[in-house]
Ligand binder design. Sequence first.
Ligand code: NAP
Length: 295
Amino acid sequence: MTTPLFDRIALLGIGLIGSSLALAIKRSNLASHIAIYTRRQETLDRAAKLELGDSYHKEVADAVAGAELVIFCAPLGANTALAQASAPALAEGAIVSDVGSCKRSVIDDVTPHLPDHALLVPAHPVAGTEHSGPDAGFAELFDGRWCILTPEVGTNQTAVDRVSNLWQQVGSNVEIMDADHHDQVLAITSHLPHLIAYTIVETATDLETDLQKEVVKFSAGGFRDFTRIAASDPTMWRDVFLNNQDAVLEVLGRFTEDLTALQRAIRRGDAEKLHDSFTRTQALHRSVIAAKQQA
Ligand code: NAP
């Protein structure tokens, strides 16, 4: 058996991502001890029942104490409070990381509260499902998926390498990126698609009852995929849009222009414009399949 990469890892939050990480860390024996904190007793009991960790804590400071690596795995809106509660208990030179879907806000929310000796290495595993909570986790979630690290310039390289190594050992390919660039890329690849899915499903939900039955009956015609995406955790996604406002509003503006152009083409019966648009998009789908990033 290999030597663990870390003595003690503290996971703050044990939903889909936290529990998957716990299982993946265990799978490859990457930590001697996994300490778990979560907000509600019920979730903590469930994590213990599932044997996700080695110790279970109702207080952030108790989980963090003595940890070489602390990973925030709660919704983005919880980060400031988690940083404040962690700070006094952080071991000398502890690495603080996270799994949040937006990166600039994590740096802004967490950095002011950390002691000088702590090292922040933000991370975003680009992997997930529409399920949440500790029962949703599985060790293979990160296999073959990207994990994007967004350390600020000048961050201790050993800390970056150690976090990078952890994500590689749980199965991910690691890319280092500037936090603002990350937020722009994810706005188009993840945040906008979720917003569109939420909107389509909301529109359908607002239709009167009879039509709704037909919507469910014939949902295989594309709608079902949107309902799956729109079933994602509302708190998590509320926080994503609150924490990536600028980039989302920018791509939403471009999207609205493109949608309006298609709307005009439909009204005018512009077959060429419609066919051209739908042909151009096929090429991107082939690239996604080739990159093995389809769900
Ligand atoms: P989740 O399954 O809903 O789990 C959230 C966890 O955080 C639970 O343990 C919950 O604890 C805890 N929590 C919720 N609100 C909290 C608060 N205000 N203070 C402290 N703890 C709180 O969420 P998830 O899908 O794992 O997402 C966690 C993070 O991963 C988010 O930042 C998200 O952006 C990121 N992420 C998600 C995905 C995805 O597809 N889901 C993919 C990549 C990254 P209790 O149950 O005890 O309340």
